[in-house]
Design a binder for this molecule. Structure first.
Ligand code: TPP
Ligand code: MG
Length: 385
């Protein structure tokens, strides 16, 4: 069911990139054209586009029906949360900006399906989807976005610094590239304490250029830490296309320089992500060290919010082409073809989730703001820690 678009595995001791040094002002036009073409017309087939077999006529191998349903539920929960939150921001009901994860759901769902609360993640400024997939509940999440005391961080973290240590969510992060060093530290702790837990660090293609990411990846490989670096390559860092912020096409190429395997996967195919993440996580749990997993994906909305800034940095056709490969719609089609769910059951999930969201939003609005005397509590570290 899963289809990796390309898999590159380099031995941990692979030699560093070829000795050829590019000219100082080499803009790599060929690479740029390749990225631009890939963005205009996604080259990968979705699982949904494959020929279907009649349902229940053959025994299916691979993940159980339960796993498939959980992957689907995770994606739908993220999509519904983000659509509702984005609308609230546009209506001026949420203070500050929300960076929406709509379009990228397959990555969080496919990775998190392998994790327990003992495993940790570090997230990004686009982090709601990561927390939802890690088990985050709607009530404390909406309360946090609204700055209320019932939020996961007592209303002091907001969208970009939401965290919950019980769920192993070490934090969204307003600092681009801020997550990997934290993940590396957590992974070091896991290795030192022999816990068998893994830490996943999510970061974007833009973040992949930050020194902090290179430093964390270098040390994680050196110490063979149980850490996975998941690059959510949506083709843009804010309003700058990948072709205009890095000379390479595949961020996974950098894995060789760190000394870890690099794997590229179709981030619009939840099964492909699930399988690739599963392999990397198993390797990490068994002492095999880190992996750089690059997921090719796309954000449907603008960098911030739903309406965006009206900047002409990408075309409507490009957005439409990616929307046609929607991870959730494609997976639903597949589940129906396999007889795992029927359309009515799928629709009822949306009804249930949207009701839950409505309740959570009401709960958040009814919740009090933090008291002025709590201003300095829990803002630096846990009490007594
Ligand atoms: C250290 C730092 N530099 C710059 C910014 C401003 N900034 C916020 S989001 C962003 C783009 C990040 O792009 P990417 O990592 O690809 O994540 P995406 O938004 O595409 O999910 C930038 C440059 C920042 N928040 N932190
Ligand atoms: Mg990006």
């Amino acid at each position: 069911m899963a289809k990796k678009i390309k898999a590159k595995k380099q031995a941990a001791k692979a030699p560093a990139a070829k000795n050829k040094k590019p000219a100082a002002n080499n803009k790599k036009p060929a690479a740029k054209a390749k990225i631009a073409a890939a963005r205009k017309k996604p080259a990968v087939k979705t699982t949904a586009s494959r020929k279907s077999t009649p349902k229940k006529t053959r025994k299916r191998s691979g993940p159980s029906d339960q796993t498939l349903k959980e992957l689907h539920l995770k994606m739908v929960r993220i999509r519904c949360f983000e659509e509702a939150g984005g609308q609230m921001m546009e209506d001026g009901k949420i203070p500050g900006a929300l960076h929406l994860y709509v379009g990228e759901e397959a990555i969080a769902a496919g990775v998190m399906q392998h994790l327990s609360n003992e495993d940790q993640i570090t997230s990004t400024h686009r982090g709601h989807g990561h927390l939802v997939a890690k088990g985050g509940e709607f009530k404390p999440m909406f309360a946090e976005l609204l700055g209320r005391s019932t939020g996961y961080c007592g209303g002091k973290g907001g969208s970009m610094h939401i965290s919950n240590l019980e769920l192993g969510m070490l934090g969204a992060n307003g600092i681009v590239g801020g997550g990997p060093p934290i993940a590396m530290g957590a992974a070091f702790s896991n290795k030192f304490r022999k816990t068998k837990n893994v830490t996943i660090s999510f970061f974007g293609d833009g973040a992949s250029n930050e020194g902090s990411v290179h430093e964390a990846a270098n040390m994680a490989a050196l110490y063979k830490l149980p850490c996975i670096f998941v690059c959510e390559n949506n083709g843009y860092g804010e309003y700058t296309s990948q072709a205009n912020h890095q000379a390479i096409v595949d961020v996974a190429d950098r894995a060789a320089g760190y000394g870890m395997p690099g794997v590229i996967v179709d981030g619009m195919d939840v099964m492909a992500v699930y399988e690739a993440a599963g392999e990397a996580i198993e390797r990490a749990r068994n002492g095999g060290g880190p992996t750089l997993l690059e997921c090719k994906t796309y954000r449907y909305y603008d960098h911030v919010g739903m309406r965006g800034m009206g900047m002409s940095y990408r075309t409507d056709e490009e957005v439409e082409a990616w929307r046609k490969r929607d991870a959730i719609a494609g997976f639903e089609q597949r589940l129906i073809e396999l007889g795992v769910m029927n359309r009515k059951q799928v629709d009822s999930i949306y009804t249930r989730i949207n009701n839950e969201i409505e309740e959570a939003i009401a709960y958040a609005f009814d919740s009090p703001h933090p008291e002025p005397h709590e201003l300095l509590e829990n803002v630096y570290c846990e009490k007594g820690a």
